[in-house]
Design a binder for this molecule. Structure first.
Ligand code: AGP
Length: 605
């Protein structure tokens, strides 16, 4: 992960570096640092913790160079402290890095034999020292090329040089890197989001590319040192949505934005006049599709799991789902009649991007369902279905998950209709039920105060379990992930019917067990599984849309969400589990938008 920024300008850059680093904090927030060139010297400032700390350091001791690089870190090699914070500088060169150098130990040994001294525990410092060594005989560009040849692993780099005070060199292998253009100023950044407040003109480096920036020019090279041209994209303007307004944090804002997320998504894809779905240009003719393979990580993977149930229910297409980090290393038999769908909020997740690359190498058709339409995954896939959720800043994915599910459901309906798996009447009826979804989400959000009370049941808990069957099973997994991620409380998500095969051993007096039980074909079965938990002392917290009396001596707490439709239940039942994780984390005083050890965009393996 980690975020990098570089600015070459005709005026001091440190304030803009700090502002960009604040935007990049979603990529890592263990430590921060910057280096600028002042009076023919590299001026490095670093801190452990957040960018705010770095800002305080700069306030006391400004750094007013016109060219500089900055970094926010998500630790891989070495604990998060000042020594390991980036940039890593020698007398003559300073480097910021996102990624992992897999052969750093080997390179370090070779450098130490030559007398090099390391100050940090990071893999990045080998890059600094290799370039320093190469600069003894070569110019900056040649030194960087020479160094890159020796590196294994993934990286995006920003490099400045004491003796070449006008240039920043950027390089990419595996980890994303963008270049931004402006009047008398050019930029390097981990993504376009960090550069948006300064420019809307962006180019993206491809794997193996290198760029040389000055305040007036940008040159690109491929890995064979050949000069290349890059397309310049105009970014869309969505600055207004990346502000938390009156909300305490981004997560609560994003949870409460979900009626709008649903509305935007539905408006983009459903033509109410024609009573049809605006999805065309399938990379494979719908009737020719043999299998759909859905791939994602974390929460995005959970949306794939929900979609599997939809595709199986409404179409005759076989569905396979996989976690991207597993998919990319499996011995797969690719089929050109399979459609490979990649789901990702950021569109930059390293494992998902690598799984997509693998499909491309095997020449099969790919589709991405992404929130960030300017992302690597979107740019690299044959077909893109955006989720239109707007920027999601909170590390815990909420509105993007809801958007992913809605797009997947709409895609499923369109495929079902195009293949004649459902008839016209059912198609129109299912489309019709969709219309009320934003309103139902809004009503569901009103249960917040009940969820707030439910959250108190977790204060002294040692752990918890989330149970569901059918569509509610992925929601149970998502509930457990959200709770772990936000409140650091151990949580397990299970298909309720699986409890007796092992996890029931975890149930002890007072353990909170969240039972997700919509009024569907599994309802009675879920109740029976719940009885097995009650018999062993579990404290039941029950979420349903059934009219059944909620509270009895066995159910400690009950919450009712509005009933819409069994098929849409996973979308509505997502709201209570998000609110629950949020309120438990709030009670435990956790950092809601930036949970410990995590980052929003996971750009390392
Ligand atoms: C969700 O709350 C998590 N932070 C995480 O699991 C996330 O969904 C995962 O890293 C995938 O990210 P992506 O959607 O950007 O690919």
């Amino acid at each position: 992960m980690c975020g990098i920024i570089g600015i070459a300008s005709n005026k001091p850059v440190s304030i803009n570096i700090i502002n960009s680093l604040k935007k990049l904090e979603y990529r890592g927030y263990d430590s921060a640092g910057l280096a600028t060139l002042i009076n023919n010297k590299i001026d490095e400032k670093k801190c452990s913790g957040r960018v705010e700390e770095l800002e305080k350091i700069l306030f006391k001791n400004p750094s007013d160079g016109n060219l500089g690089i900055g970094h926010v870190r998500w630790a891989t090699h070495g604990v998060p402290n000042v020594l390991n914070a980036h940039p890593h500088s020698s007398e003559i060169v300073s480097v910021v890095h996102n990624g992992i150098i897999e052969n750093s130990d080997e390179l370090k040994q070779k450098l130490e034999i030559k007398g090099a001294k390391f100050k940090s525990q990071t893999d990045t410092e080998v890059i600094t020292l290799l370039i320093t060594e190469a600069l003894k005989t070569d110019n900056p560009l040649e030194s960087v090329f020479k160094t890159l040849k020796q590196l294994r692993g993934s990286f995006a780099l920003g490099i400045i040089f004491k003796n070449n005070k006008d240039i920043i060199i950027g390089a990419r292998r595996g980890s994303p890197l963008a270049v931004g253009y402006s009047q008398d100023e050019n930029y390097l950044g981990s993504d376009s989001y960090a550069l948006k407040s300064m420019t809307n003109k962006i180019s993206y480096l491809d794997d193996g590319d290198l760029c040389v920036l000055t305040k007036d020019s940008v040159e690109f090279y491929d890995e064979d040192k050949k000069k290349i041209n890059k397309k310049i994209y105009n970014l869309s303007d969505d600055k207004n949505t990346s502000d938390k307004g009156d909300y305490k944090n981004f997560m609560s804002k994003e949870i409460f934005e979900q009626p709008t997320t649903a509305k935007n998504c539905i408006n983009e894809y459903i033509d109410t006049l024609k009573k049809d779905i605006n999805i065309y240009n399938f990379p494979i003719q719908p009737k020719e599709i043999n299998k759909i393979v859905l791939i994602g990580c974390g929460t995005a993977y959970h949306s794939c799991l929900v979609a599997k149930y939809w595709f199986e229910e409404l179409t005759t297409i076989d569905v396979e789902i996989d976690i991207a980090s597993e998919f990319r290393y499996r011995k797969l038999r690719f089929n050109y009649r399979n459609l490979y769908i990649f789901v990702s909020q950021s569109g930059e997740t390293a494992d998902t991007a690598a799984a997509l690359d693998l499909c491309k190498k095997n020449k099969v058709k790919t589709c991405s369902i992404v929130n960030a339409v300017e992302s690597t995954i979107a740019r690299n896939s044959d077909w893109v279905l955006p989720i239109h959720a707007g920027p999601e800043i909170g590390v815990a994915s909420t509105k993007a998950f809801l958007g992913q599910m809605i797009v997947l459901y709409i895609l499923c309906l369109k495929l079902a209709k195009s293949r004649d798996d459902i008839n016209n009447a059912s198609y129109h009826e299912l489309l019709d039920r969709f219309k009320s979804l934003p309103e139902s989400i809004k009503k569901t959000l009103k249960i917040e105060s009940s969820i707030q009370s439910m959250a108190k049941e977790f204060i002294d808990a040692k752990g918890s379990m989330f149970l569901g069957r059918g569509y509610s099973y992925p929601i149970a997994l998502e509930g457990a992930l959200k709770l772990k991620e936000l409140s650091y409380l151990h949580a397990e998500g299970y298909p309720a019917g699986e409890m007796k095969h092992g996890p029931l051993a975890l149930i002890e007096e007072g353990l909170p067990v969240i039972v997700i039980a919509p009024k569907d074909k599994y309802f009675e079965k879920t109740l029976s599984n719940m009885q097995e938990v009650i018999a062993r002392g579990g404290k039941i917290l029950f979420i349903t849309d059934h009219k059944k009396e909620l509270i009895n001596e066995n159910i400690r707490f009950g919450v009712r969400v509005p009933f819409v439709d069994t098929l849409l239940s996973p979308i509505l039942f997502t709201i209570p589990i998000q609110l629950l994780a949020y309120h438990v984390a709030l009670l435990k005083n956790c950092d809601i938008d930036k949970p410990r050890n995590l980052a929003k965009s996971v750009t390392v393996e």
